[in-house]
Design a binder for this molecule. Structure first.
Ligand code: FCB
Length: 413
């Protein structure tokens, strides 16, 4: 099988054109984060998608991960909008014409504003939406990612309130994450053997700061990683984390089947180093940054070795489940000559190769992101792209890292 070399994006972060072709509002439309910016224009990709697909070719990629905007296809969560469906039809055809394998995410955070993940009914609406997309595009899409990062949705959107819809309620966040996992399971069941389906998890390998922090690190790992991996791959939640939640919010009703998928999409950015903090609410640990480590301009440690161990752990703990690294990238403030992104890319691709050499079934690597884009609560300042976007003129310029990626792919062939 050909290894998938790609870049990743998501609809709301690049498309803009929020009123075009009958699109309905999403929970993100009016949610201005800490910089007061929105996705109203973003990279104007809805109008410029054709030239943006040319960039994929220029970068020498054979795959592209992108998301469908649910509110373009079901503007109020219920009524089908043909123009939205047709838009992605054209995008898929254009990708295949270029010999690029689409990896399609169904839900990358732009929930139709009429829906609410706290309600079980949204699981039904998602199952309908997924069915519609499988029927419309299933002849051309082999790789589906159902839900992007349920932990981030739960924590930032419903526990801390810094992502849409801005709710602060620990109990609601656990219930939402559960509904997202149920939605994933329903979609994979609906797909059957018509393609590959996986869920994208934001996995953060854990290390204890010192010998006294091992227990706290294990529990935090449960909160961030095991909760989700166990749910979708084994069909049950880890007892230690469930006890922690129930201690904080009371008994939880987490019924229904969360199991599903035939691969895991791993989004990897950094590791977490944990210091025990007994008595801290809601959780008894702190995340610390060790002195002297290399940081991205977003303040996250550059830790490629932890990616290798993460992939080995998936193989060891979850029976060598196939994996796609569906996001990996860094904020680097260097506009075009982004040597630190190039170094980051090389180090992380090498980390993936090391895991493959040790038998991990990795099917692809997708760099986040194709373009500089709308980084949610942080707005447009953080730049993740292999391609620079001038937001005044919407001009695109391939960065040095994009060229380096092309060479790396050519050399790996
Ligand atoms: C991930 C998100 C993606 C992007 C990157 C930087 O958590 O999936 O949309 O924001 O982080």
């Amino acid at each position: 099988m050909t290894f998938l070399w790609g870049a990743a994006s998501s609809a709301f972060q690049i498309e803009g054109a929020l009123d075009a072709d009958g699109r309905g509002p999403s929970i993100w439309d009016d949610f201005a984060g800490e910089r007061g910016e929105t996705g109203a224009v973003a990279c104007d990709h809805y109008n410029r998608w054709h030239e943006d697909l040319d960039l994929l070719t220029e970068l020498g990629l054979n795959a592209y991960r992108f998301s469908l905007a649910w509110p373009r296809i079901f503007p109020d969560g219920r009524r089908l909008e043909r123009r939205g469906l047709d838009h992605y039809d054209r995008v898929l055809d254009a990708l295949l014409e270029r010999g690029i394998e689409p990896v399609v995410t169904l839900y990358h955070w732009d929930l139709p504003a009429a829906l609410d993940w706290r309600l079980n009914e949204t699981v039904e609406r998602f199952a309908d939406y997924a069915q519609t997309c499988f029927a419309a595009y299933g002849d051309r899409v082999r790789w589906w990612v159902t839900i992007n990062e349920p932990w981030i949705v739960g924590v930032l959107g419903y526990q801390l309130g810094i992502h849409a819809p801005g709710i602060r309620d620990l109990r609601a966040s656990v219930e939402v994450m559960h509904n997202l996992l149920l939605a994933h399971a329903r979609a994979t069941e609906a797909l059957g053997d018509r393609g590959h389906a996986g869920i994208a998890y934001s996995l953060f390998p854990h290390d204890a700061e010192g010998p006294d922090d091992v227990e706290a690190a294990h529990l935090s790992d449960g909160y961030v990683n095991r909760w989700f991996l166990d749910a979708s791959l084994n069909g049950s939640y880890p007892a230690d984390v469930r006890a922690l939640y129930e201690d904080r919010v009371g008994p939880l009703d987490l019924g229904g089947d969360t199991r599903g998928g035939d691969f895991v999409a791993v989004n990897y950015y950094t590791r977490r180093v944990i210091r025990a903090a007994p008595g801290h609410e809601p959780f008894p640990w702190d995340v610390v940054t060790p002195a002297g480590v290399e940081l991205t301009d977003g303040g996250w440690e550059v830790a490629p070795g932890a990616l290798t161990s993460l992939l080995l752990r998936l193989k060891h703990d979850y029976g060598n489940v196939p994996v796609i690294v569906a996001e990996n990238g860094c904020i680097v403030d260097e506009p075009l000559h982004d040597d630190r992104r190039t170094a980051f890319l090389h180090a992380h691709v090498a980390a993936v190769q090391a895991a493959r050499e040790q038998g991990v079934d990795v099917r692809g690597y997708f760099h986040w992101s194709l373009l500089d884009n709308f980084e949610w609560a942080l707005g447009y300042k953080p730049r993740f792209g292999l391609v620079h976007v001038d937001y005044e003129t919407q001009a695109r310029t391939i960065k040095d890292s994009g060229r380096a990626y092309r060479r790396l792919i050519e050399e790996s062939a």
